[in-house]
Write a protein of this length. Structure first.
Length: 300
């Protein structure tokens, strides 16, 4: 019973905490409606308005006050639901799955990223033609710097208009080109054979990324509020930048963990599907990955 009550308390606390961003926006909207653009940072006007509102609130009957509180909570909850509905378009934008009307823009941006990446790869390959024994420390440092630049742009040849999109696409590319495994069909099977600790780490990284998407989505209502109260534009900008920077870290963690899971447990999947011998070890061979792909595609 104690555990049950504790669980209810935790869920109630989570709901209240979830309302806080919405309540903050409702408060900001009230401040913006009072001050507007002309007096955006006028503390005297804000204090006078708050005093008047408090005095008016005190004269209301208890029922009216209760209804007012419920209305504020409902407004906060509605804004929160609206923001959550924006998660999908924000995520799609970051991951480079842009709408059809922006297809040409996406293609041009992807082409520029691909050209940049290929130029760096060619320069590195040119420098690596020099035998290692003949390289000076400066030569090797230049090669290492180019390698770092390459993976900073993308982990594989760019196919998306955004860095985060290419990080996700790179896992698919590595799975197919290095291991012969089509992760569009194979990932769900791989997930079932991963150890619980690995799945927990990947799920936690995925949750961190999802949280950053919500954080960035909060910039949109503040952007609209900025039409009436310009400080909201600063809040929108700060929120968007914070969400974007945290999202880059989260997506890097998520893709690195996913790639590591494939490196370390691809053979487990092969053994489970009867593609590899039970006593086999080491990374998944490309021929084994191709056979897994054939099996899980089921002719599709």
């Amino acid at each position: 019973m104690e555990t049950f009550i504790g669980g209810l308390a935790n869920r109630a606390l989570d709901r209240w905490v979830g309302l806080l961003p919405g309540l903050a926006f409702v408060l900001a909207a009230w401040v913006g409606s009072v001050l507007g653009w002309a007096h955006a940072l006028d503390p005297g006007l804000l204090t006078a308005s708050a005093t008047k509102a408090t005095a008016t609130w005190g004269t209301l009957p208890a029922l009216a006050q209760a209804v007012g509180v419920l209305c504020v909570l409902a407004a906060a909850g509605a804004v929160g639901l609206l923001v959550r509905s924006l998660r999908r378009p924000v995520c799609a934008w970051w991951l480079g799955t842009w709408p059809v009307r922006l297809r040409q823009v996406a293609q041009r941006r992807t082409a520029r990223r691909r050209t940049w990446w290929n130029e760096l790869v060619r320069e590195r390959q040119e420098r690596e033609k020099q035998p290692p024994k003949d390289r000076t420390p400066a030569d090797q440092a230049a090669i290492d710097a180019l390698a770092h630049q390459i993976i900073t742009v993308a982990m594989a040849e760019p196919t998306r208009p955004t860095w985060m999109g290419d990080r996700v696409a790179a896992v698919d590319s590595i799975g197919y080109n290095r291991y012969g495994l089509d992760l569009r069909f194979g990932w769900s099977r791989l997930w079932f054979v991963l150890p619980d600790t690995v799945r927990t780490e990947i799920a936690a990284a995925d949750a961190r990324f999802a949280n950053t998407v919500v954080t960035a989505a909060w910039a949109l209502p503040y952007l609209v509020l900025g039409l009436w109260w310009w400080p909201a534009l600063l809040i929108a900008g700060g929120t968007a930048v914070a969400g974007w920077t945290r999202a880059r870290t989260a997506i890097a963690d998520l893709t690195e963990l996913s790639e590591a899971a494939l490196d370390l447990h691809g053979r487990t999947l092969a053994i489970s599907l009867g593609v590899a011998a039970p006593d086999s070890a080491g990374p998944l061979a490309k021929t084994e990955g191709q056979e897994i792909t054939r099996l899980v595609r089921k002719g599709r």
